[in-house]
Design a protein around this ligand. Structure first.
Ligand code: SAM
Length: 279
């Protein structure tokens, strides 16, 4: 492979790489995120009448599912910084579901003490200023309100990312920077506690996906990362990587497709019911 990745940029998440095609592809291919989103939502025990903020909602698939759980007396507000994805989410709007542009670090469009539940599904590892985002989430949650999130594990890369990194390593090429900014379980617990959350519980999950082929796997990764995955590679490098990856992942082929594992850290926590209380 051509060694052009040596000058790869530092990890910076760009919100400018999204496109109509990537946004539509995410709506079509995000079954993996939808499935682990359902696990997250179950842990939060969301019920009828609750006010819920879906933070980093993408195209709104999970938000629409949660709108069914809160029913007509509840409300889900789904926000995301990518306007193209918000448009797709807003096409699902109904009286108890609304999508807006917004980001975790600035929730000034919401009053304090507004939500029973805030969740971030596959979003936390994209946020650069995590303490600021958690301060904002704490503020908009009602006292006693629940937070749920899941986040990539820096110590256990998605099998796709691990193989990509190994291919670069074997060829003596600096891997392009991984745009995500993951924290490990200890760091996550410390961040949540420092922001004032209580009843902090974290746990590891291994998730298994079946991708039809290597092209759909790469397309899923690009749409999930709104264009950040492997963004610094030239077209020639991308083609070469695809071909090497296709060979390398052949042993993972099953009758259901390429079987690959992902690893996420799930966390739930609460804002204390009374100011200054510890539980
Ligand atoms: C993998 S998608 C997950 C989308 C959705 N939560 C789902 O379950 O399908 C990651 C989302 O995080 C959003 N995101 C990135 N940075 C963010 C930030 N600072 N605040 C809120 N959302 C952010 C992206 O725009 C993108 O839609």
């Amino acid at each position: 492979m051509q060694n052009q990745a040596a000058s790869a940029p530092q990890p910076v998440v760009s919100l400018a790489l999204d496109s109509p095609d990537l946004a539509l592809a995410y709506e079509r291919t995000s079954d993996p995120q939808f499935k682990h989103g359902q696990i997250l939502v179950k842990a939060l025990n969301i019920g009828p009448g609750e006010q819920v903020l879906d933070l980093g909602a993408g195209t709104g698939r999970l938000g629409a599912y949660v709108a069914e759980l809160v029913g007509p007396a509840g409300q889900v507000i789904a926000i995301d910084p990518l306007p193209l994805r918000v448009d797709i989410a807003q096409a699902k709007a109904k009286p108890n579901l609304e999508a807006r542009v917004g980001r975790a670090e600035d929730l000034s469009q919401f009053a304090s003490d507004e939500f029973d539940v805030v969740y971030l599904n596959s979003v936390f590892h994209w946020i650069a200023d995590k303490p600021r985002a958690l301060r904002e989430i704490f503020r908009v949650l009602k006292p006693g309100g629940r937070l749920g999130l899941n986040s990539a594990d820096p110590h256990r890369l998605h099998q796709f990312r691990r193989h990509v990194a190994e291919i670069f390593n074997e060829q003596g090429i600096d891997a392009p920077a991984n745009a995500t900014i993951p924290v490990d379980q200890q760091e996550l617990q410390a961040l949540l506690s420092a922001a004032g959350f209580v009843h902090v519980e974290t746990r590891h999950h291994t998730l298994v996906d079946f991708h039809p082929d290597v092209d759909s796997l790469i397309a899923w990764s690009r749409s999930s990362s709104f264009g950040n995955s492997l963004a610094s590679l030239s077209n020639i490098q991308q083609t070469q990587l695809r071909d090497v990856l296709a060979q390398r992942l052949e042993p993972f082929r099953t009758p259901d497709g390429l079987r690959l594992e992902r690893y996420l850290i799930f966390a739930t926590a609460r804002r204390p019911a009374v100011a200054g209380a510890s539980g």
